[in-house]
Ligand binder design. Structure first.
Ligand SMILES: Cc1cc2nc3c(=O)[nH]c(=O)nc-3n(C[C@H](O)[C@H](O)[C@H](O)COP(=O)(O)OP(=O)(O)OC[C@H]3O[C@@H](n4cnc5c(N)ncnc54)[C@H](O)[C@@H]3O)c2cc1C
Length: 404
């Protein structure tokens, strides 16, 4: 009831207590040994990189200049020590350049401290990265629409099994890590915890051979200042910091609050940049692809209205409608779309961040890589050596998503 009250008008439905029998009705594959009942509550789910891509397209439609594969390597300051721009490197061509800015916003997730130290090499660490691991299992382990959420396992952790796309995602862990990295890898202990606990709550016990993919992410949690912080206890709220140099840093937070985080950041940045105050418009602004009934696009609901554009590619050339792999729910048209409209530059971009192939089935994704590389090479004007390197790089990456 407290959950419903907090959700207010944003709630998706009312929570209620379930008897043992009702719980089994909702979750036919739940382990019934020791089961006494449950609580049904409603939550939202989304595809994180799909929303991210659509936010970037929305920003571009609003006049932003969006760059991919460009890394900020330093800050430019004036004689009084104020930040007046960034130095950046084009990671594809190798060129270095400077971009002038009234305000620089540092929104680099777990890399926040690295950018803060470009401003002040002595800056104290703000971020305590916390690793979260997810296992992906075939839907047969947990069919239906309801997720299982165990708020308190016997060792005090949270466990969930959520239907997502065509699979079930089992998560998660909360492991403090010392270093931020672009490709964090799951620890054996994390995989063992998830397998063992999934077995405890599902009728069929998953084995390593059942795992379609395992992936890790780093949460940029804001440290309370104590090196021994238990990251599970750290706040998921966001933190906005304005340095004496004018560098604006936004960090912490969650996807759930991303719009609010952006509003706070832009409002403060506007003051720092001495811009005319203006009302924030994003509360009402529709994200690219918006459709009141996106479910009509079937499995491409995540694309919103772009689903129609992808279909047009398929209608114009039937080869485009062929799947990239028999076990993956993506067609060649989605690869071409990603290259033409969504700045995909590599096989990894397409199979990990424009589609979710690597997360849904890492083996299938590795097998699909040559076909995807050939399509991309065509689109981007690359040669067969490039395509071969792309395949090798992607397959090496995909190895890390398999449980042996
Ligand atoms: C396991 C896990 C579970 C989560 N669960 C939830 C959940 O259930 N609900 C929820 O709301 N949120 C959840 N989150 C949190 C959510 O995903 C975070 O809000 C998000 O990961 C952080 O977003 P960000 O934009 O701050 O950082 P990131 O997504 O890390 O983006 C930072 C970007 O900055 C770029 N960058 C870094 N350094 C530079 C540089 N020098 N130059 C140029 N670019 C640079 C990086 O390449 C990256 O693209 C979860 C996170 C994890 C890891």
């Amino acid at each position: 009831k407290v959950y419903d009250a907090l959700a207010g008008r944003y709630g998706f439905g009312r929570s209620r207590l379930l008897s043992r029998e009702e719980t089994v009705e909702h979750l036919p594959t739940i382990e019934t040994d020791g089961l006494r009942g449950g609580v049904v509550y409603h939550d939202g789910q989304f595809d994180d990189t799909r929303l991210l891509v659509h936010l970037l397209v929305t920003a571009a439609e609003q006049g932003a200049c969006v760059l991919n594969y460009v890394r900020v390597s330093g800050l430019v300051k004036n004689a009084s020590g104020f930040v007046t721009g960034v130095r950046a490197e084009d990671l594809e061509g190798g060129a270095e350049f400077e971009a002038a800015a009234r305000v620089v916003v540092n929104a680099t997730g777990v890399f926040t401290d690295a950018v803060r130290r470009m401003d002040d090499p002595q800056a104290r660490a703000m971020i305590r990265p916390s690793q979260g691991v997810h296992l992906v299992l075939p839907r047969a382990f947990h069919p239906g629409d309801a997720a299982i959420m165990v708020p308190h396992t016997d060792d005090g952790r949270v466990l969930f099994a959520v239907p997502w796309h065509e699979v079930v995602v089992v998560g998660t862990t909360d492991t403090p890590v010392d270093e931020a990295s672009l490709e964090p890898r799951p620890l054996e202990e994390e995989v063992a915890f998830l397998l063992e606990h999934a077995a405890r709550y599902l009728t069929r016990d998953p084995t390593p051979a059942d795992v379609l993919s395992v992936f890790a992410g780093l949460r940029p949690l804001v440290s309370a200042g104590d090196a021994d912080d238990d990251t599970a206890a750290l706040s998921r709220d966001h933190t906005l910091q304005i340095a004496p140099s004018g560098l604006v840093t936004i960090t912490g937070g969650k996807w759930t609050t991303y719009r609010r985080m952006a509003e706070d950041t832009v409002d403060h940045a506007a003051v720092c940049g001495e811009l005319e105050p203006r009302e924030c418009v994003t509360r009402e602004l529709r994200v690219h692809g918006y459709h009141a009934h996106a479910e009509r696009f079937g499995r491409r609901a995540y694309y919103g209205t772009d689903a129609t554009e992808i279909e047009t590619l398929e209608d114009a050339d039937p080869e485009m409608a062929e799947p990239v792999h028999p076990r993956l729910p993506y067609t060649r048209a989605e690869v071409v779309w990603a290259a033409r409209e969504e700045m995909a530059r590599t096989v990894e971009d397409v199979l990990a961040r424009r589609t979710r192939a690597l997360l849904l089935d890492a083996r299938a994704a590795a097998e699909a890589a040559p076909g995807v590389a050939a399509l991309l090479a065509d689109e981007l004007g690359r040669d067969s050596d490039w395509a071969e390197r792309q395949v090798n790089d992607f397959r090496a990456l995909a190895e890390g998503y398999l449980v042996r």
